[in-house]
Design a protein around this ligand. Structure first.
Ligand code: PLP
Length: 445
């Protein structure tokens, strides 16, 4: 291997000692792959992460797509160092916040040229819900099965899975409905002959379950946590039509799909529609906790959201956060990283699709740009997902060979930094093939 360099058992002795020490104090429930890896990290450089034992990993995870510029990017670190030497916090206007808001308005989808900032993804999603209520004067929301929008109480009801079990009661007026995940169609239909039964179902849901007071439909352009599931083409257009029909807003949660991740500046742009609000975060701050909402003037000015202090927060858009986001977005634009995401992403997708012909446990490969999902199944032509015991093994086999990839369940999620080169991508893919081959052998035996 040229890039990945593993010199110790994983975790190495120094990592394990630190990990074990932390376990005496930290709450359980830290991110699954951190728990499973037991590695302690020391530094990052470009596409690579180094642990405290000196092992170098190719990173196909980057904090769930957060470190969009990779690690230690010279523009990012220079601007951050300069800013922290000047001033880091406070809600006053700062030069980089002005530059950021201007730049965002230039790259915005359609007329969504106004923005406001927060420090967590769920917080931004909640702000979008508040904004939708302020504008429409309506109170109900529709989300999607297997959708993910964060873990705060205000968004829990939008999570279309069992994460919310035992955490009720949930805020009233929130409904979920099947996503256009054609491979696992809840209506047992085949696209395009289905005549959008999943969209039709939303109309039925509104008629039979709601008080017909829908403020917004909220959707991920590609469902990230579900496993980078790409919906049927035209799904967002159908939702746009439906939202207009019922007088609701369309919110696209671009937390993962934004800022080049899918090979376009925003994931929604694969469908040529303009939503009413988008939420942004993760790769937006390049690693700094910086999130936000973007919308058009008449919506973002609606009160009470638009009242003095109605949309703000303690940390949102502070000088350091604004610098992080400005450095990131400016670099994405100036270094052509959206294009790199499209090019290297297409290269990777093709490689994974070829790999699918060779590896019987790969059931599906999908994605756009550098947001790729690989569904592992029990055997060739099966749609039954692989047991956790084996997906854990995939993760460990990758790690041992020097690759970090998000493999805590049967839907492996691949998120290299936007700066990734074909050469580095290829080595990571080769490691994944070795891991899949190993696990497929274990299943056979
Ligand atoms: C689409 C989407 N929205 C919102 C969130 C919540 O972000 P945070 O974890 O920063 O609250 C996530 C996190 O994974 C996400 O994927």
């Amino acid at each position: 291997m040229k890039f990945a360099k593993v010199k110790t058992d994983i975790p190495g002795p120094k990592s394990l000692a630190l990990f074990n020490e932390e376990q005496n104090y930290i709450a359980p429930g830290i991110q699954t792959i951190a728990t499973r890896s037991k590695i302690a990290i020391e530094r990052g450089e470009g596409n690579f992460v180094y642990d405290v034992d000196g092992n170098r990993y190719i990173d196909f995870f980057v904090g769930v797509g957060v470190a969009s510029l990779g690690y230690n990017h010279p523009v990012y670190t220079k601007m951050m160092k300069e800013q922290i030497d000047h001033i880091h916090v406070g809600s006053f206007t700062s030069e980089n916040r002005v530059k950021l808001t201007k730049l965002l308005s230039e790259i915005a989808i359609g007329d969504l040229k106004w923005s406001q900032f927060y420090s967590g993804g769920a917080e931004a999603v909640e702000a979008a819900l508040r904004m939708a209520k302020s504008y429409t004067k309506k109170t109900e929301f529709i989300g999607f099965w297997n959708g993910f929008h964060g873990k705060t109480v205000g968004v829990l009801g939008l999570l279309g899975d069992n994460f919310k079990f035992n955490l009720g009661p949930l805020p009233a007026g929130i409904y979920t409905t099947p996503y256009a995940d054609c491979r696992h169609c809840e209506f047992k239909q085949t696209f395009p002959g289905c005549n959008w039964e999943c969209v039709d179902h939303i109309k039925k849901k509104i008629r039979y379950e709601t008080t017909n007071n829908i403020a917004a439909i909220i959707v991920e352009p590609i469902q990230g946590t579900a496993g980078n599931v790409v919906p049927a083409p035209g799904f967002l257009k159908e939702l746009r039509k439906l939202a207009d029909e019922i007088g609701a807003l369309l919110i696209c949660d671009e937390m993962i799909t934004g800022f080049g991740r899918t090979g376009k500046m925003f994931g929604t742009q694969h469908e040529d529609i303009v939503p009413d609000i988008i939420t942004i975060g993760k790769g937006f701050g390049g690693g700094f906790p910086m999130t936000g909402v973007m919308s058009r003037k008449e919506i973002i000015f609606a009160k009470p959201f638009g009242n003095p202090s109605g949309s703000s927060s303690s940390y949102g858009g502070n000088p350091l956060a604004s610098t992080a986001a400005y450095a990131t977005v400016k670099t994405i634009v100036e270094e052509g990283l959206v294009e790199n995401s499209a090019t290297v992403g297409a290269f990777m997708l093709e490689k994974f699709n070829k790999m699918k012909q060779r590896i019987p446990i790969i059931g599906d490969v999908r994605g756009k740009g550098l947001m790729i999902g690989i569904e592992l199944v029990k055997g060739k032509d099966s749609k039954e997902k692989l047991d956790k015991k084996y997906t854990e093994m995939v993760f460990q086999e990758c790690l041992k060979r020097g690759l970090i990839v998000m493999g805590y369940n049967a839907d492996i999620r691949v998120y290299p930094p936007l700066i990734v080169t074909k050469e580095i991508a290829e080595e990571g893919i080769q490691i994944m093939e070795e891991a899949f081959t190993y696990v497929a052998e274990q299943i056979k035996n």
